[in-house]
Design a protein around this ligand. Structure first.
Ligand SMILES: NC(=O)c1ccc[n+]([C@@H]2O[C@H](COP(=O)([O-])OP(=O)(O)OC[C@H]3O[C@@H](n4cnc5c(N)ncnc54)[C@H](O)[C@@H]3O)[C@@H](O)[C@H]2O)c1
Length: 326
């Protein structure tokens, strides 16, 4: 990775953004974060807050008076600001759509104006209800109907992808599109529906672990430290390594949610039990989940030569230690 660069991170006080800020600062770069602290927190930035190479602006991206100056002065933009978390998305679909579309457009337009590299953090949710065993970047996408608010997240993120791609085709703005698959690690909050921090917190408190549905749905989890290595590699270079392309980011090691709950209980030495909760009770009637969400990771591996290394047991222990387990 190049050093001595200036990065702008929207949503940099969030889970992924705060780890990314630290990683970049540690490697001799400057970082500016714009974040409205809607789901992020200043606590997340405790490790970098006092570093002279770090600058924090508390604002919504699209309302930030300094946005244009920040874009013009930086070398590379990581656009992570978005409405995140199934619970939040189901409860506030309109906020989700506005937040994911308007903010991306505001930043992309300035990235075009100043010719800056722009990385979009999109999501595995864009694959929708596809029943394929492994999702590849060139697959057709199969999103649910609009009366089910949960799809507003996938759809608005997908529109972000189309928008970014259009800037690449029409203006050669160097955009990189990444689809993140269940990124986990310390500092992720369970407040908005993320499964692993909720499980670990419940296990440490010896409370029941809530598993939605019958728990046979599977996911693949990737440590945030592995994730940011890939993200930073893809924006490196001139033009950036991943310019004009879409990449799945994650691992292809699958685990069912019930098995995950059992693993968390065992690794934390908890007395918790598993509580199965029907989806309708957890979210809204008609809630649709995907039974599998496994990425094909060949493309990003071939391009970067980097494979995520941190195993699930270690990820769970990292989270548990960050929550106070000795
Ligand atoms: N964590 C995952 O597994 C995962 C999976 C798929 C995609 N993503 C994407 O990665 C990005 C980061 O996710 P995260 O897990 O770190 O979530 P997060 O909620 O911790 O981070 C998002 C940050 O954006 C900020 N934010 C939201 N709207 C904003 C706005 N309009 N203006 C300024 N700041 C705003 C929030 O306060 C928060 O700090 C998001 O774009 C998300 O869609 C994450």
């Amino acid at each position: 990775m190049s050093t001595g660069k200036h990065y702008l991170i929207t949503g940099g006080a969030g889970f992924i953004g705060s780890h990314l800020s630290e990683y970049l600062i540690e490697r001799g770069n400057r970082v500016t974060v714009i974040d409205d602290l809607s789901t992020g927190s200043e606590e997340n930035l405790a490790h970098v807050r006092r570093d002279p190479r770090f600058h924090f602006i508390r604002s919504r991206v699209s309302e930030c008076a300094e946005l244009e100056r920040c874009v013009s002065e930086c070398d590379i933009i990581f656009h992570l600001a978005a409405a995140v978390g199934v619970k939040l998305v189901v409860e506030r679909p309109l906020y989700t759509i506005h937040n994911n579309l308007k903010e991306t457009e505001a930043v992309l337009e300035l990235a075009r104006k100043y010719g800056k590299t722009f990385l979009l953090a999109s999501t595995s949710e864009v694959y929708g209800k596809s029943s394929k065993a492994r999702f590849a970047e060139s697959d057709d996408l199969h999103i649910g109907a609009p009366h089910l608010g949960r799809w507003s997240y996938a759809c608005s993120k997908l529109m972000d992808e189309f928008m970014a791609m259009a800037y690449w085709h029409e203006y050669e703005t160097p955009v990189v599109i990444t689809r993140l698959f269940n990124i986990v690690g310390p500092r992720q909050t369970g407040r908005y529906g993320m499964v692993l921090p909720r499980f670990v917190k419940a296990a440490l408190e010896n409370k029941p672990l809530p598993v939605y549905g019958d728990g046979t749905q599977t996911r693949c989890f990737c440590h945030v430290a592995d994730t940011i290595k890939l993200l930073t590699q893809l924006v490196d270079g001139n033009p950036p390594l991943g310019a004009g392309e879409v990449f799945n980011i994650g691992t292809d090691l699958e685990i069912s949610i019930a098995e995950l709950a059992r693993k968390v209980i065992a690794l934390t030495g908890s007395r918790s039990e598993i509580e199965f909760i029907p989806y309708e009770k957890a979210y809204a009637p008609g809630f649709q989940d995907m039974m599998r969400r496994k990425p094909s990771v060949e493309k990003v591996l071939a391009r970067t030569g980097t494979r995520p290394e941190i195993k699930l047991d270690q990820i769970i222990l990292d989270i548990a230690h960050s929550m106070g387990m000795r």
